[in-house]
Write a protein that binds this ligand. Sequence first.
Ligand SMILES: NC(=O)c1ccc[n+]([C@@H]2O[C@H](COP(=O)([O-])OP(=O)(O)OC[C@H]3O[C@@H](n4cnc5c(N)ncnc54)[C@H](O)[C@@H]3O)[C@@H](O)[C@H]2O)c1
Length: 471
Amino acid sequence: MSTVKVTKICCIGAGYVGGPTCAVIALRCPHVQVTIVDLNKARIDAWNSPDFKLPIYEPGLEDVVRKARDRNLFFSTDVDKGIQDADLIFVSVNTPTKKSGVGAGFAADLNYVELATRRIAAVATSNKIVVEKSTVPCRTAESMRTILEANSKPNCRFDILSNPEFLAEGTAISDLFKPDRVLIGSLQTLEGKAACSALAEVYANWVPADRILTVGLWSSELSKLAANAMLAQRISSINALSAICEATGANIDEVAHAVGFDSRVGPKFLRASVGFGGSCFQKDILNLVYLSESLHLPEVAEYWKQVVVMNEYQKRRFSKTVVDTLFNTITGKRIAVLGFAFKADTGDTRESPAITLIRDFQSEKALINVYDPQVEHEQIWADLTEASPSTPLASIQKQVSICSSALEACKNAEAVVIATEWKEFRDIDWEQVYKGMNKPAFVFDGRLLVDADKLRKIGFKVNTIGRGERM
Ligand SMILES: NC(=O)c1ccc[n+]([C@@H]2O[C@H](COP(=O)([O-])OP(=O)(O)OC[C@H]3O[C@@H](n4cnc5c(N)ncnc54)[C@H](O)[C@@H]3O)[C@@H](O)[C@H]2O)c1
């Protein structure tokens, strides 16, 4: 079994995964040339921008790109050249939930993976290791192999690996520097194992050997879906308990603390909130639901579906609490929504709970002021338009205003809704916020972020998720 020495890597897809992942590989492997390619010219231009105005916000990312770009890290729209030059290719393209056709609303749309795979087959003139980095349903690698083998040139062999990415947005760079594990799946053939060793050798430049796990191809694919499903399940479990806390007077922080002290459960990911968002959790669970149904396992499908049902319930429950508390109507009232990103330390808004909350407030005819420290205004308008496709943007803009600071957003508002756990919201001058608001002034903390007692002393009426206490 001779291991290929990887010296040139191409990554297809310069998004939230491809960009940071391969930038870190370039930084940690100065002897490997890394080229990240994408069809989206604006995105590539932003990665190459002279003043490092990168297309995604991620703490620590700019520093990595500054150190590696134009040394052994390159960004390009020339996908074909990237493929031809490389001995190992990561496929890091998007795999969103299908919007139409068979499996719509559940199955992953594998069109981008297929197009990228067909491009590799069409232009490759030498052997390649092709690595599935995108999150895909179990046995996608088999389809990729079939496409590659049916379309390749003679004497051009492809080995397929699965290497799912476990980074979390907001902490992507530290996750990549010190991953809990790197998972590599391969066929258990001599060639498959050799390809697996070649990729493992790349990671071994900075990841300890005992953190590089090698498994079968299908286990690797399924492990990624399983990991996300179980993480999201923890959030839905604690959120379900938060509803019981509110009804009984228990405190979800205390419950989570007590439960998390059990070493079998552990303390992480037990924070109640307005609901999970992001491009992955919902998509990957729905994908698992679809997979289970396709495998004629309806009980398994129903079990996982409930995680998403609970998440939707939590968002609706929160917006209903706002309406109920503001004397059963928010018509014409100004609500300040602090945060639009799906979590702190990212500019990503995909499936952000803020979108659902604002849409609910719009349908109650409220006036909404939004502020987020990172999200581009254009993105907010695009998301709100997508959420209410029958409402023209001009009508949305009569109800929704985007503000340039939290203080400005809260001016003349009846209520502040904390939708994202940005640290700066904890530290804003709440006395000043209070002075500028209509009275009674309400704060609805959807992220367990602020010190409710401190705010009550100022005069606010505070509602915190999972706390059945007086306002
Ligand atoms: N975002 C996360 O936190 C995260 C974490 C782990 C895994 N994942 C998975 O990684 C994959 C990528 O996610 P993302 O968030 O980076 O998506 P993204 O939408 O940010 O980036 C994907 C990029 O691929 C490009 N692309 C699509 N088809 C292409 C083609 N044929 N040739 C060249 N470029 C092409 C798109 O233009 C886009 O820029 C998904 O499968 C996702 O589930 C995401």
